[in-house]
Ligand binder design. Structure first.
Ligand code: BTN
Length: 262
């Protein structure tokens, strides 16, 4: 049976949020929801605006990669945030992955883990990724928060076959994308409001409890650099502290592979 297409009226009717997603743009096809949300943000669209696409021709992943997602099967969305200047912006990617994890968990009833920096992991495989792109003009920061969740995709291209999964593969059943959209947005909104109130430490505590990276032997790759060590924890800005042969070092970006348990 083919997946029902998302409809704007149904997406809006499902929402339980105060403002997140109340302004909504839905596209059958786009280059990238992050690119579209950035254009809207630059033209002054309000905070909380959400852009969704059923298919992206140039979906953006972290580290300049392409985010591939089968047409009409998954959840691909971007949110416009305009946090106040005093907000701890470094927490934003963590709150997005925590919010998405809570939403997924609610819908499929299975514990979801995170892998630094902000991947969602089910049964050791990546089921969702987060890409936050920030800009500041005249002191006001705007962040475009992109979320890609593999929902009902049943197979992946060869290069992703070993590392990727979907909620359908992990749970053994098709997942209602509308319900997922609603729970993910509700979770993100409440975490965002908590971050703005200055209660982000609770979020970070929960995020750390989900994280599968700490205490594990890892390799971390960033650009041409490849480090091997043991992931110790996070510093006060979300950087990953890694115990390397030459001593501890904090990294702020990269791809982590867990090589063995300690
Ligand atoms: C990653 O590499 O882990 C981050 C992937 C983020 C993909 C999402 S899909 C919706 C949004 N639009 C994009 O172009 N990218 C993000």
């Amino acid at each position: 049976m083919s997946e029902p297409s998302l409809r704007k009226e149904a997406l809006l009717a499902s929402l339980t949020t105060r403002s997140l997603g109340r302004k909504l743009f839905l596209f059958e096809e786009l280059d990238s929801t992050n690119a579209c949300a950035r254009t809207l943000a630059d033209s002054g669209i309000e905070e909380g605006t959400v852009v969704i696409a059923e298919y992206q021709t140039s979906g953006r992943g972290r580290q300049g990669r392409i985010w591939m997602s089968e047409r009409g099967k998954n959840l691909l969305l971007s949110i416009v945030f305009r946090p106040p200047p005093e907000a701890p912006m470094w927490q934003l990617p963590f709150l997005l992955s925590e919010g998405a994890a809570r939403g997924v968990e609610h819908v499929i009833g299975t514990r979801v883990h995170t892998k630094w920096p902000n991947d969602l992991v089910l049964n050791g495989r990546k089921c969702a990724g987060i890409l936050v792109e920030q800009s500041a003009s005249e002191g006001a920061a705007t962040a475009i928060a992109g979320i890609g969740i593999n929902v009902n995709q049943s197979a992946f291209p060869e290069e992703l076959a070993i590392t990727a999964t979907s909620l359908k593969i992990a749970s053994g059943r098709s997942v209602d994308r509308l319900q997922l959209f609603q729970t993910v947005l509700a979770s993100i909104e409440s975490l965002y409001e908590a971050m703005i109130r200055g209660s982000g430490e609770i979020l970070m505590k929960e995020w750390k409890q989900r994280c599968v990276t700490f205490g594990r032997k890892i390799t971390i790759e960033h650009g041409n650099e490849r480090l091997e060590g043991v992931a110790l924890g996070l510093n006060e800005e979300g950087g990953l502290i890694v115990d390397l042969p030459g001593g501890p070092r904090t990294v702020y970006a990269g791809d982590v592979t867990i090589t063995e348990t300690r």
